[in-house]
Ligand binder design. Structure first.
Ligand code: UD1
Ligand code: UDP
Length: 382
């Protein structure tokens, strides 16, 4: 059989991190020809990841503009991907997760009758408006997907409840754990000397990230005010806040935090540096999906700055708590982790409900089965 042409289409930082192990596995297999394509929904934050993993996309749609709108992104992705599908005629298209790139690329492939393979399938918060628009994007993508690669048994259960046929689902584990395991062990140096010296003392470090669309504005100001309060109350602690490139994040965060000596607001970190920073932190405050998956794996307590989550596994395991964006609640929950050693210890458990580092291998095997040239491996179980 001539190699099947697999086009992996992605556009944002987390997608790039999570498809990198899959693209590497496709490159290594004689059964596939790998065609990575980026929509460029993100620019600098996407290039950081492709550079780190040594991935050179065959095309870049360069869709990103400042303050881009959801419909603006989707329209450009559908149109641009359509042309690339016409040019390359892939045998299947892989998309990962729930961004506007994912939904747009899946629709474009579906309309050309090219099978859609969905990585990280089946995550559900249960609220179509939160996270917005991601819950809708992943449900829409499910409808037009032929092979659903679910990270966990829970996500498979969500798909079965929506009447997806069981034989079309493979539980692979989340490829973010593949990426994390291979990256964190390198213990790369921090390129910013301010960060290196900030971390060179014995003072405990708290890592903070925020970017969710539904948290922009007042909620992000509330989060930042809470960090300010905690930093002033606990001068013995240091807070590191790698800021998303979105100018709306910076306008909420910087006025609250840029004058404080024990808070470092910095540019997005290269993935290698970021994973090292997670490892060097005492605990994490975040509204990120990927960070919710990675930090538990490194035994770091996570306070999630959201009202709900599509990643309940680490909440069940006790390493993650959902705390929302209210100022008092954030201060109360973080203070408990700072002051109460027993409470901290009860959350600081290394748990791996999201993967075992073999997701790329399971994905390649599932693809071989899909094309009739092999069989799937045993499903991931924590
Ligand atoms: C997007 C995804 C979200 C994902 C997040 C990961 C959608 C609707 N949202 O949200 O699901 O969790 O990525 O980070 O798909 N920008 C830059 N340079 C970059 C990246 C972003 O300048 O490298 C700025 C641009 O002004 C851009 C803005 O950030 O307009 C917002 O980017 P966008 O992709 O629309 O939204 P995110 O919040 O990043
Ligand atoms: N990340 C990174 N550098 C940073 C912040 C985050 O490499 O400065 C990584 C992080 O380890 C995780 C991913 O980016 O794998 C999460 O991206 P983001 O929070 O933007 O998106 P989400 O996961 O919420 O969709």
């Amino acid at each position: 059989m001539s190699p099947k042409r697999i086009m992996t289409i992605y556009g944002t930082r987390p997608e790039a991190i999570k498809v990198a192990p899959i693209i590497k596995a496709l490159e290594e297999s004689d059964s596939f020809e790998s065609l990575p394509v980026v929509t460029g929904q993100h620019k600098e934050m996407l290039a950081q990841v492709n550079n780190l993993f040594g991935i050179e996309p065959v095309r870049d749609l360069e869709v990103m503009t400042a303050n881009q709108t959801l419909n603006g992104i989707v329209a450009k992705v559908v149109q641009g991907v359509d042309g690339i599908l016409e040019e390359f005629k892939p045998d299947a298209v892989i998309v990962q997760g729930d961004t506007s790139t994912v939904m747009g690329a899946a629709v474009a492939a579906f309309n050309r009758e090219i099978p859609v393979i969905h990585l990280e399938a089946g995550l559900r918060s249960g609220d179509i408006n939160s996270p917005f628009p991601e819950e809708a994007n992943r449900k829409l993508t499910t409808q037009i997907t032929k092979l659903h690669l679910a990270p966990t048994a829970e996500s498979k259960g969500n798909l079965l409840r929506e009447n997806v046929a069981e034989e079309d689902i493979v539980v692979t584990g989340n490829s973010v754990i593949d990426a994390l395991f291979t990256t964190v062990e390198k213990q790369v140096a921090f390129s910013d000397p301010k960060l290196e010296s900030f971390l060179s003392t014995d003072q405990p470090v708290v890592l903070v990230t925020t970017h969710r669309r539904e948290n922009l504005g007042e909620k992000m100001v509330s989060i930042s005010r809470a960090i300010r309060h905690l930093a002033l109350e606990h001068p013995e602690y240091r807070f590191v806040f790698p800021m998303h490139k979105n100018p709306k994040v910076r306008s909420a965060v910087l006025p609250q935090l840029e004058d404080l000596e024990n808070v470092l607001t910095i540019e997005p970190l290269d993935y290698g540096e970021f994973t090292r920073l997670i490892g060097a932190s005492r605990f994490v405050l975040t509204d990120s999906g990927g960070v919710q998956e990675e930090a538990p794996s490194l035994g770091k307590p996570v306070l999630v700055l959201r009202e709900n989550t599509e990643r309940p596994e680490a909440v069940t395991a006790g390493t993650v708590r959902l705390i929302g964006t209210d100022f008092d609640r954030i201060v109360e929950e973080a203070t408990a982790l700072i002051d109460d050693e027993e409470h901290f210890a009860s959350m600081a458990n290394a748990v791996n409900p999201y993967g075992d580092g073999q997701a790329a291998e399971r994905t390649a095997a599932a693809l071989k089965e899909f094309f009739g040239v092999g069989s799937r491996l045993t499903d991931f179980r924590p």
